[in-house]
Design a protein around this ligand. Structure first.
Ligand SMILES: *[C@@H]1O[C@H](CO)[C@@H](O)[C@H](O)[C@H]1NC(C)=O
Ligand SMILES: *[C@@H]1O[C@H](CO)[C@@H](O)[C@H](O)[C@H]1NC(C)=O
Ligand SMILES: *[C@@H]1O[C@H](CO)[C@@H](O)[C@H](O)[C@H]1NC(C)=O
Ligand SMILES: *[C@@H]1O[C@H](CO)[C@@H](O)[C@H](O)[C@H]1NC(C)=O
Ligand SMILES: *[C@@H]1O[C@H](CO)[C@@H](O)[C@H](O)[C@H]1NC(C)=O
Length: 524
């Protein structure tokens, strides 16, 4: 009886595996024909000048992470998940990015940030400097600085912004404004005395000195801005969150003092204050919501910390006031941290949140004048497999047991990392473990305190003016060259007409009379 019930149940489950509409071949043919129609429309290239550029950088968001985040997002909407679309999936152009650093096959976030922001590949651990700089050797820096697309945009009169879920002086954002032989030089407290003696500056300080008047800066990192031992405004009794600066500077005061007196510059450290601002009247915004990195989205305090989507919304509202447009760098910075900890659920919820921010940015801008690029710096040794059936919970088990140790396994696994676990001489039996918990560490093949990056290519998704230039397998440092070309900033602007409209999209109206004339001549 029990066995029969099991068989019946299994059959019922299998039957519902395939949605009814998908059994009809017309469903798939219609779906493909619609996709074909959309693809044919892409023959009309968007060659407008990109007034605005938005770059979304999912730190550690390899392709396996994108696919798993897509399934998760679908399952959060009570769908099976595989068929659903992320916001980034809707972008018309996709390319691959080769992520290696000049000295590393499997790269880190600093060398890669230099590539996709400054257009030059660099060594692991270095930001905003060429490969002539050796990591952590201050005396190799001078003369080898390279500038970023944020600087090029600023020089062209655009407004610029940085939004991240990590500290604002972390590897990704820092390549936009700093030049440092070591990504770890967050404040002078983290620098060797000899580097300070040789004139190298900590990254937090460079944020406020290098590029004057970045309009929007939001993320974490408060403790690097205050003199050593200053207690944190939000965590007054926690020693690890006290100020770190040995030079005694208060960088928030310095930020404010450097702003033109007739402009409104606002510093906020919590979400309610952020939302009390009248953004029409804010010219410069500095929001530092945590002493170090921001919380994972799943652990976020909704009173004190904004979501990534909310920060993006605020940033665009401020930046959009500039008639010459803007450049905005948005980092989903803790996808990477979730993976390093072996906590796939944290990583994937971070990716889903960044995708929501991509949707919000899409709602607030138009692909007619805004180039949006979504990519990652590098991948992770994160995988999911095990012949899971359609709609299998993304954090669930594979439908089989190991044919060697006879135990079940989760679909999600890591190549290495802290999830490696041996119990009584054997791989842990996960049946009795809460593997869907936010902080569950998925099993890995090799024990490591920190799971590592992966070396395979990552995706580049693009929409808007000149997005079609991202179309193949590219070196990562190609990306900012495309963004700059599209918006007529930086070194290569010969294709941009001077004058008010400076639009390459306009030749048609000029050409039409000419072509008509030629045709008429031909006819008569
Ligand atoms: C640069 O500094 C390193 C130590 O960081 C030292 O070993 C090296 O000799 C220095 N090179 C020069 C040219 O001063
Ligand atoms: C740090 O600050 C606390 C309280 O503000 C004070 O009690 C302590 O003596 C200070 N420590 C140092 C090393 O200055
Ligand atoms: C937010 O910051 C403001 C200004 O410091 C403060 O008055 C307010 O109490 C803070 N709100 C929360 C929820 O922490
Ligand atoms: C974007 O706009 C659509 C339509 O108004 C809405 O359904 C969607 O929730 C918006 N997306 C975000 C992320 O706000
Ligand atoms: C794994 O654990 C489950 C329940 O906790 C148990 O039924 C099963 O026999 C175990 N498998 C092995 C191979 O030990």
């Amino acid at each position: 009886m029990k066995a029969l019930l099991l068989v019946l149940l299994t059959e019922a489950c299998l039957a519902s595996l395939v949605p009814e509409k998908e059994k009809d071949p017309r469903y798939w043919r219609n779906q493909a024909q619609q996709t074909l129609k959309n693809a044919l429309k892409l023959q009309q290239l968007n060659t407008n000048v990109a007034k605005n550029i938005i770059m979304f950088l999912g730190d550690g968001m390899g392709i396996s992470t994108v696919t798993a985040a897509r399934i998760l997002k679908g399952q959060m909407q009570n769908k099976k998940g595989e068929e659903s679309l992320l916001e980034m999936d809707k972008f018309p152009y996709v390319a691959l990015s080769k992520t290696y650093n000049t000295d590393a096959q499997v790269p880190d976030s600093a060398g890669t940030a230099t590539a996709y922001l400054c257009g030059v590949k660099a060594n692991e651990g270095t930001v905003g400097v060429s490969a002539a700089v050796t990591r952590a050797q201050c005396n190799t820096t001078a003369g080898n600085e390279v500038t970023s697309i944020l600087r090029w945009a600023k020089d062209a009169g655009k407004s610029v912004g940085i939004v991240t879920t990590t500290r604002v002086n972390h590897a990704t954002p820092s390549a936009a404004y700093a030049h440092s032989a070591n990504r770890d030089w967050y404040s002078d407290n983290e620098m060797p005395p000899e580097a300070i003696q040789h004139g190298c500056k900590d990254i937090a300080q460079q944020l406020f000195y290098n590029i004057p008047n970045i309009e929007v800066i939001m993320g974490g990192g408060r403790k690097y801005m205050f003199p050593k031992n200053t207690s944190d405004v939000e965590y007054q009794n926690e020693d690890r969150y006290r100020g770190t600066r040995l030079d005694g500077k208060n960088l928030i005061d310095i930020w404010r003092e450097k702003k033109p007196k007739d402009k409104n510059a606002r510093y906020v450290w919590n979400r309610s204050e952020l939302f009390s601002l009248n953004l029409n009247e804010v010219d410069f915004l500095l929001g530092l919501f945590e002493p170090i990195d921001m919380m994972y989205e799943l652990d976020r305090n909704h009173q004190t910390d904004p979501s990534l989507t909310e920060m993006v919304q605020v940033a665009i509202k401020i930046l959009q006031k500039n008639p010459r447009g803007f450049f905005l760098l948005v980092e989903g910075g803790r996808i990477d941290h979730g993976h390093h900890e072996g906590k796939a659920k944290q990583a994937l919820f971070e990716a889903v949140e960044m995708d929501r921010a991509i949707g919000e940015a899409g709602n607030m801008t138009s692909p007619e004048d805004t180039l949006t690029v979504v990519t990652a710096d590098h991948s992770h040794v994160f995988t999911f497999g095990g012949y899971t059936p359609r709609g299998n919970p993304i954090f669930g088990l594979a439908p089989m047991h190991s044919d060697v140790d006879k135990m079940p396994f989760t679909s999600i696994l890591y190549g290495n990392g802290p999830g490696y676990k041996i119990v009584a001489g054997e791989r842990e039996n996960v049946s009795a473990v809460d593997y869907a918990h936010a902080d569950y560490r998925a099993q890995s093949a090799v024990p490591l305190r920190q799971e590592t990056h992966g070396g395979e290519d990552v995706a580049i998704f693009a929409k808007g003016p000149m997005a079609h230039l991202l179309h193949g397998v590219h070196e990562q440092n190609y990306i900012p060259h495309v963004m700059a070309y599209a918006s007529c900033i930086g070194h290569n602007t010969d294709h941009c007409q001077s004058g008010a409209s400076h639009s390459t999209a306009e030749p048609l109206p000029f050409l039409f009379p000419l072509i008509s004339l030629l045709l008429l001549q031909f006819v008569f």
